[in-house]
Ligand binder design. Structure first.
Ligand SMILES: CC(C)(COP(=O)(O)OP(=O)(O)OC[C@H]1O[C@@H](n2cnc3c(N)ncnc32)[C@H](O)[C@@H]1OP(=O)(O)O)[C@@H](O)C(=O)NCCC(=O)NCCS
Length: 454
């Protein structure tokens, strides 16, 4: 799932330029404004290097940096360690704890870890140093800084298994990282940490990334890994979920693969520690990072803290609150009039957002034959407009629509056309409405018709 940033109008029909890229560049401008000065921890699995190579990812990150984003890059090295072990004819050894599978890093394996981390770090630094004319890196001049930012401690002996040089993050030197980010550097972290006794430890890159994001209270923690997210009962990717939803999912699904389970656990911890969003993207898809950040629907799954918790289906107790929200808008002619009895009758079609038990937003979904549904009564209290509640309500209605096998949404609006266009709706006509709806279309209001394929 994508971000809560402002949403561009894809292929804005109002652009007068013949060059599609002009419209496209204008479309992504709101994201660029909104991400400037924001801290992103971007972590990628060692598998990415094998699957799609470093080059394009580094170019994309260089571009994000040029747009003013503060970037900490964390890399994994699992396949690279395997390669080193193979070269030296050493067998990989693993132990499994309740939450994760850890490599047992003995002295010989630690040498392989150092070799793999050193080599990949140098490749990344080299990739950031490119700047040939006529390449995306021309004129980039990026300084990358790595260092002993991570203090580690040993995993120790678990269930009788000594993990030797396998470690966990104990502390992150967030002050030094912040100083480096302040001076416009990209911070590069390898999955290695050091103990106060001077020992090196092999760490999970997920642990390094999540602990760093938590220490920095990062705006985004982004994982490019073999796990692009969770699937619902229809095997569809879940695009967005809250912490409580994640907990429910994990309670209901005991068979989640151990690597993914560990990643989700660590991400949940990061969100609880103040990271605003965690994104899960596939590491085998070129451009996944840009697609997630700069398109409305994104490409992966997003985990957020609690705001979504306040979004729920309405019940009879909400009728008063919904009327309070909608009546002033009806008086202004922004929403079509609906009496109390109509709202009472249709209350199960509404979703609402509440903060501290006060309703701040509502929206309703009315199904029509042939997989068509109407989004109606979308309203957010004027005091909290602009904080993403309208967007969340729209997503909720889209989710309900999908659950009800609705393939196409339509909305009638007099003054909010552009808000919907930015969110993937397209202009349509009264003739595109279902017959039953066409018959009760109010020609005095002359509402615009917009549709969106789900
Ligand atoms: C439309 C509405 C639901 C949006 O709610 P919201 O919580 O403010 O929405 P979000 O926070 O997700 O989005 C805010 C963005 O939409 C923009 N926006 C708000 N109203 C808009 C409009 N009429 N046209 C175009 N953009 C609009 C805001 O400027 C803001 O943009 P920014 O983030 O770039 O600053 C709310 O403005 C509202 O209740 N309007 C009155 C009722 C209405 O028109 N309903 C739709 C008819 S069914």
């Amino acid at each position: 799932m994508s971000t809560n940033a402002p949403n561009p109008v894809p292929g804005d029909e109002e652009s007068t330029s013949n060059f599609p890229f002009v419209g496209w560049l204008r479309d992504v401008a709101p994201y660029i404004h909104s991400f400037r000065e924001k801290t992103f921890v971007i972590a990628f699995a060692g598998e990415l290097v094998k699957e799609i190579g470093l080059e394009n990812l580094i170019e994309d990150i260089a571009m994000l940096h040029a747009m003013g984003m503060r970037i900490v890059l964390v890399h994994g090295i699992r396949p690279q360690i395997e390669e080193q072990l193979k070269l030296r004819k050493i067998k990989s050894k693993f132990g499994t704890s309740a939450l994760n599978t850890y490599r047992i890093t003995d002295a010989a394996a630690l040498e392989c870890v150092k070799e793999a981390a050193g080599e990949l770090r140098l490749d990344i630094e080299a990739a950031f140093s490119r700047g040939l004319p006529n390449t995306p890196m021309a004129g980039s001049r990026i300084s990358v800084i790595s260092g002993n930012f991570i203090t580690a401690m040993p995993v120790g002996v678990v269930d009788g298994v000594d993990y030797v040089h396998t470690g966990l993050v104990r502390k992150v030197d967030s002050t030094s990282i912040t100083l480096s980010l302040d001076s416009n550097k990209i911070v590069l972290l390898s999955p290695l940490g050091f103990s106060p006794t001077g020992q090196a430890f092999n760490l999970a890159y997920e642990d390094v990334a999540a602990s760093t994001a938590a220490a920095l209270k990062a705006d985004k923690l982004i994982f490019l890994s073999p796990y692009s997210g969770l699937r619902d009962a229809d095997r569809e990717l879940i695009t967005e979920l809250s912490l409580p939803q994640l907990q429910d999912y994990m309670t209901e699904h005991k068979d989640i693969e151990s690597g993914l389970k560990g990643l989700l656990h660590i991400s949940g911890k990061a969100v609880r520690s103040g990271v605003s969003r965690v994104h899960f993207l596939p590491c085998n898809q070129d451009g996944a990072l840009l697609e997630e950040l700069f398109t409305h629907d994104g490409i992966g799954m997003m985990l957020a803290s609690s705001d979504i918790e306040n979004l729920r289906e309405a019940n009879q107790d909400d009728v008063g609150g919904i009327l309070q929200l909608t009546m002033p808008l009806e008086e202004e002619g922004i929403l079509a009039a609906r009496g109390q009895d109509v709202i009472e009758r249709d209350i199960q079609r509404f979703s609402v957002i509440e903060h501290d038990r006060v309703l701040f937003g509502c929206a309703a979904l009315f199904p029509f034959p042939n997989g068509v549904g109407e989004l109606a009564c979308l309203a957010v209290d004027a005091d909290v407009q602009g904080s993403g509640d309208g967007e969340r309500l729209l997503k909720r209605i889209e989710m309900r629509a999908k659950q009800e096998n609705i393939k196409k949404l339509f909305v009638l609006t007099t003054r909010t056309e552009h808000w919907f266009l930015k969110r993937g709706f397209k202009r349509a006509t009264v003739d595109d409405l279902p017959e039953e709806r066409k018959q009760i279309y109010n020609w005095d209001r002359k509402s615009m018709v917009l549709t969106k394929d789900l």
